[in-house]
Design a protein around this ligand. Structure first.
Ligand SMILES: Cc1cc2nc3c(=O)[nH]c(=O)nc-3n(C[C@H](O)[C@H](O)[C@H](O)COP(=O)(O)O)c2cc1C
Length: 355
């Protein structure tokens, strides 16, 4: 089993490596007749693209997406949609040390232990270059769930959180951190600069909300919307935690405080709170679907770390090359994409069973 495919009805498979000529995704199960062009997908790739500020890796990739199949006359045909993004700025010589010794915290040792052989250039398949393909596939998913709006933002970097009282959605696109709080964005400039100059890195928390999800998507037990989202989000590189709604904080509440009280509303029930993150019994309630995602700090850092070589001798590694000082920042568009991909699949699954 190789596990490069995600989804049940709306399925996508990604392919490619960091320093190969190209990478991409094949989306299968997309309904026919949806308006779709490269121009619809490109803005999502532009949000994730590296090299757009000093707070991300300086690898310069235009990340131009091409649709190779499955679309004719500006509409999806119902056949597999193949998406391709060329790699143009590989610098494989930076990885000569990674070929010999393992980066602690990265996938190098685990890949060798599993496969006995690895493409070390840029981290090969373990590089988050792969997430460009997910973002492209996520753009297709958004065409399926046109009734849903998805927005992700960075809510914490290096343990420093935004002030929820200052949350301004318009700010998210105005700074290089996808940060809705301008004060926090200013603090993060200094923090990320300091970490980068010190040869270190920082972790981050991303929050994501999907509004317009109708009640009824998901399944009660083995494909709970919660578990589908958790699996999708945990599959993103460097993600170490996922919370649905209040998540771990709910464990500190009493039942009456954690309830989402309901009243009769104009158009179905009116909920007075959303501790559950829009999901109950594995099924969407019609409230916004809310998740929080924890990204660990980048493991490729200039600070020397104790390690071993491929032969098992003691060594030290300091990782040169171009790396994100805080991978969580560029994680925000990837989180949005995975949310879209799960919801598109759930919409089609719901339609298949319930009409
Ligand atoms: C958008 C994004 C960019 C990333 N960039 C880097 C990077 O420049 N250097 C690095 O060491 N890890 C980077 N990572 C994380 C690694 O890909 C990840 O840590 C590695 O694949 C090991 O997997 P794991 O952390 O999930 O265990 C990035 C992750 C994301 C989501």
């Amino acid at each position: 089993m190789s596990f490069n495919t995600f989804g049940r009805v709306f399925r996508f498979t990604t392919w490619g490596e960091s320093h190969g000529p190209a990478l991409g995704a094949v989306v299968d199960g997309c309904p026919p007749g949806l308006a779709l062009s490269e121009t619809d997908l490109q803005p999502f790739l532009d949000k994730r693209r590296p090299g757009t500020s000093r707070f991300t890796t300086q690898r310069q990739e235009p990340d131009q997406v091409r649709i190779l199949s499955g679309v004719f006359g500006g509409r999806t045909t119902g056949t597999p949609i193949s998406l391709m993004i060329e790699n143009v700025d590989q610098r494989s010589k930076d990885y000569s040390e990674v070929a010999l010794a393992y980066r602690p915290g990265h996938a190098d040792y685990a890949y060798d232990a599993k496969y006995g052989f690895r493409d070390y250039r840029g981290g090969g398949r373990s590089s988050a270059r792969e997430t460009a393909a997910r973002v492209a596939a996520g753009g297709v998913a958004r065409a399926v769930i046109h009734e849903v709006s998805i927005l992700a933002w960075v809510s914490e970097i290096g343990g420093d959180a935004i002030d929820p009282a200052r949350f301004d959605a318009a700010e998210i696109a105005r700074n290089p951190f996808f940060c809705p709080d301008p004060e926090a964005a200013k603090r993060w400039e200094k923090m990320v600069d300091e970490a980068r100059k010190a040869g270190s890195s920082l972790g981050a928390v991303i929050e994501c909300e999907a509004t317009g999800v109708p009640a009824g998507w998901g399944a009660p037990l083995y494909a709970k919307l919660d578990s589908e989202l958790a699996a999708a989000l945990m599959s993103i590189n460097a993600v170490k935690g996922v919370e649905i709604g209040d998540g771990f904080a709910a464990a500190k509440l009493r039942g009456e405080d954690n309830a989402d009280p309901m009243r009769p509303g104009m158009d179905g029930p009116e909920f007075l709170a959303n501790h559950a993150g829009g999901i109950a019994g594995g099924i969407s309630t019609g409230q916004p679907v809310r998740v929080r995602v924890a990204f660990k700090p980048t493991s490729s850092i200039l600070t020397p770390v104790e390690t071993i070589t491929r032969e098992g001798t003691a060594s030290e590694i300091m990782t040169k090359g171009r790396h994100d000082p805080c991978v969580g920042i560029r994680g925000a568009p990837v989180v949005e994409a995975m949310m879209a991909l799960v919801l598109a699949d759930q919409k089609l699954l719901h339609r298949a069973q319930c009409g």
